[in-house]
Design a protein around this ligand. Structure first.
Ligand code: 5GP
Ligand code: MN
Length: 351
C-alpha cells in the first residue's frame, strides 16, 4: 500500500489517524469520479469543507460534484464553487466514491441512494456512527476544514486560494471566530497558512456575521424576552416558538448562535435553547463552558455532539421537557464542579 507522507515526521509508527488518512489518499489517487455531500441545512464547516475538498480534487485533475439536499445558506453563497453545488434528492449519476462530510449517520444528508454507494465518512465528532467504507474521524480537529487542509498536505496538493477560502470558512464558523475551546495551536497555524494563501479574514467574517436580514433582529428581540435562569443561577434557558418565527418573518439561519447569548454572563455556565419545530416537537441546543460535558447530556436524550456544544430532539409538553433538560444540565454543572473540587475522581474521558 502506498503511504501518505507522515504528518508527524519524527514518529516511528503511523497513528490510527494517519493510517486512515493514507487510505483516503490512496483512494483519491486511484479513482476518478467523486461525489461530496454533507448534512441537510449545512453549516459553515459542512459547506466550507465540502467545497474545500471539491477544489482540492479538481486541482488534482479529478472529477468532483458537491451534492447537497436543499438550498445553500446565504452566508456561504459567496464561497468559490458555491454556484456549482447541486441540490438533489437522490443519487442521479455514477460515482467511484462519495465523501460524506460531518454526518452522524448516512440519513443526515437526506439524499436517497447513498446507502448503495462506496462512502468515505469524514468527521470530527467522536459520536459519529462508522457508516462508511472508510471512516476518517479526528475528534482533535476543530473543524472538518482542518482535516481537509491536512488531506491537502498529505496528498502533496497546493493550497490554492479557492481551497483556502473554503477551509477558512469552515474554521471560522466551527470555532466561533477562534473563540470556542476547540481552537488549538494547530487551528491557528492552519488559519495562518490560509491567510498566506490569499484569504481575507474580514471579508469572510462580514459574509457570515454581518449579512443577516432584519428578521434576525426581530426574532432575537422576541427570543431574548424568554430567557430565564434555573434556581442555581448557572443554567440559562430560552425558547423560540413557531409563532415568533412567523411574526418576525424569519428565515433559516436567523437564529444562528442564539444559544450562546446567555454565556456572555460570567454567572452562566451552561445554556439550553429550545426551538419549536412542530406540535409538541423541539430541537434543543446545549452549550457549556469549561469541563461541563453537554455531549453526555445530549446522548442521554438520544442526541450527541461535542463537550461544549451538543444537540437533541424532544417531544411532549414544553414546560415538562424544559424542566427535564434544564435539570439534567444543572446536574452536569454540579458534576463538573464536584470533580473540580476533588470530591469525585473520574477518568478524563468520562468527564
Ligand atoms: P446545534 O446546537 O448547533 O444544532 O448542534 C451543536 C452540535 O451538536 C453540533 O456539532 C451537532 O453536530 C451536534 N448535534 C446537534 N443535534 C444533534 C443530534 O440530534 N444528534 C447528534 N448526534 N448530534 C447533534
Ligand atoms: Mn464541524
Amino acid at each position: 500500500m502506498k503511504r501518505a507522507p507522515q504528518l508527524y515526521p519524527f514518529s516511528i509508527y503511523l497513528s490510527p489517524f494517519e493510517i486512515v488518512l493514507s487510505q483516503v489518499v490512496e483512494l483519491i489517487e486511484n479513482k476518478q469520479e467523486f461525489g461530496i455531500t454533507t448534512h441537510i441545512k449545512p453549516d459553515g464547516d459542512g459547506v466550507g469543507s465540502s467545497l474545500g475538498l471539491y477544489w482540492l480534487l479538481r486541482s488534482l485533475g479529478k472529477s468532483a460534484d458537491v451534492i447537497v439536499r436543499g438550498e445553500v445558506p446565504t452566508a456561504y453563497r459567496s464561497l468559490p464553487g458555491a454556484d456549482d453545488i447541486r441540490n438533489i434528492e437522490s443519487i442521479d449519476r455514477k460515482y467511484d466514491a462519495i465523501f460524506v462530510i460531518e454526518c452522524s449517520d448516512l440519513e443526515r444528508p437526506g439524499i436517497v441512494g447513498l446507502d448503495k454507494e462506496f462512502t468515505v465518512n469524514i468527521d470530527h465528532h467522536a459520536t459519529s456512527a462508522h457508516f462508511g467504507a472508510i471512516n476518517w474521524i479526528d475528534s482533535t480537529a476543530s473543524a472538518v476544514g482542518e482535516m481537509i487542509y491536512n488531506l491537502c498536505k498529505a496528498i502533496g496538493g497546493r493550497v490554492t486560494k479557492e481551497i483556502a477560502e473554503c477551509v477558512y470558512m469552515a474554521l471560522v464558523t466551527d470555532t466561533g471566530s477562534f473563540h470556542f475551546s476547540n481552537t488549538t495551536e494547530r487551528t491557528l497555524k492552519v488559519a495562518s497558512e490560509l491567510v498566506k494563501a490569499g484569504v481575507k479574514p474580514a471579508a469572510i467574517s462580514e459574509a457570515v456575521y454581518n449579512n443577516y436580514p432584519w428578521s434576525r433582529i426581530e426574532l432575537m428581540r422576541q427570543v431574548l424576552d424568554t430567557v430565564r435562569r434555573d434556581e442555581s443561577g448557572k443554567v440559562a434557558y430560552l425558547r423560540q416558538t413557531l409563532e415568533m418565527r412567523e411574526a418576525a418573518g424569519a428565515v433559516d439561519g436567523d437564529n444562528n448562535g442564539f444559544v450562546n447569548i446567555p454565556l456572555a454572563s460570567r454567572e452562566i455556565l451552561a445554556a439550553v435553547y429550545m426551538r419549536e419545530v412542530g406540535p409538541d416537537e423541539y430541537r434543543v441546543s446545549l452549550r457549556s463552558k469549561g469541563d461541563i460535558n453537554v455531549a453526555k447530556v445530549a446522548e442521554r436524550f438520544g442526541g450527541g455532539g461535542h463537550r461544549n456544544a451538543a444537540g437533541l430532539r424532544m417531544t411532549g409538553d414544553w414546560d415538562t421537557a424544559e424542566a427535564e433538560i434544564v435539570s439534567a444540565m444543572r446536574e452536569a454543572v454540579e458534576r463538573a464542579e464536584a470533580i473540580e473540587a476533588g470530591d469525585i475522581t473520574v477518568a478524563p474521558d468520562v468527564l
